[in-house]
Design a protein around this ligand. Structure first.
Ligand code: FES
Length: 200
């Protein structure tokens, strides 16, 4: 039988160690569903950590990752039953249009929700609808940093492009590179329906 070289023995041992030691196994697991790091500086968010692609020798590998900071509390409290009400329609110029964004009962108290804009002229436009004790507020879902989409995640408003967090009650930036509040959109409720007024 052919003799196994010392190098081959070492190789086999290192593979065995990888499988026996669970900590090593985790470190060797690619981030996400087999996501490879393909260029220097590439970032990815996985399980609440942000990983950056770095150079290790000649290889590109993911760094250890940093935990995504939790945003400051927004002061919003527990959920209650929504309170649909008719509110006065804001005065607006004729070049603006009313859009239905939700049924009043679907907008739960203190539970922000995202809604796509039904305007054909603005297919990528969307809103974040928030019901507070004082009434409904609607934000444009474009991040005030570089215009990426702001999403609702676990009740928080987050732009994942560069990790900006916004207060869901006021649209104020809480952390990350965005410095300006999310833009508010005029909103009113009529007969159990929530409308916004926006360009068409
Ligand atoms: S575009 Fe939103 S944080 Fe940069």
């Amino acid at each position: 039988m052919q003799q196994i070289s010392r190098r081959q023995v070492l190789k086999i041992l290192s593979v065995l160690i990888l499988f026996v030691n669970p900590l090593n196994a985790v470190a060797a697991t690619p981030i996400g569903p087999n996501l490879k790091c393909t260029h220097l500086g590439q970032t990815v968010i996985w399980r609440n950590k942000k990983y950056t692609c770095i150079k290790s020798g000649k290889k590109l590998v993911w760094n250890k990752g940093i935990s995504i900071p939790k945003p400051k509390a927004s002061g919003i409290n527990a959920t209650k039953t929504p309170v649909p009400s008719n509110t006065p329609r804001p005065i607006y110029s004729p070049e603006l249009e009313e859009y239905v964004v939700a049924k009043s009962l679907d907008v739960k108290l203190n539970q922000p929700m995202t809604v796509n804009n039904p305007s054909l002229n603005f297919p990528s436009r969307g809103y974040i609808v928030v019901r507070r004790e004082s009434g409904i507020i609607v934000f444009n879902n474009r991040c005030t940093h570089e215009g990426a989409e702001v999403e609702v995640s676990d009740g928080k408003l987050i732009c994942f492009r560069h990790l900006s967090y916004f207060d869901s009650a006021s649209g104020t930036p809480l952390s990350g590179p965005a410095l300006r509040n999310l833009a508010q959109v005029p909103v009113f409720e009529r007969d159990g329906t929530v409308f916004v007024i926006d360009a068409h």
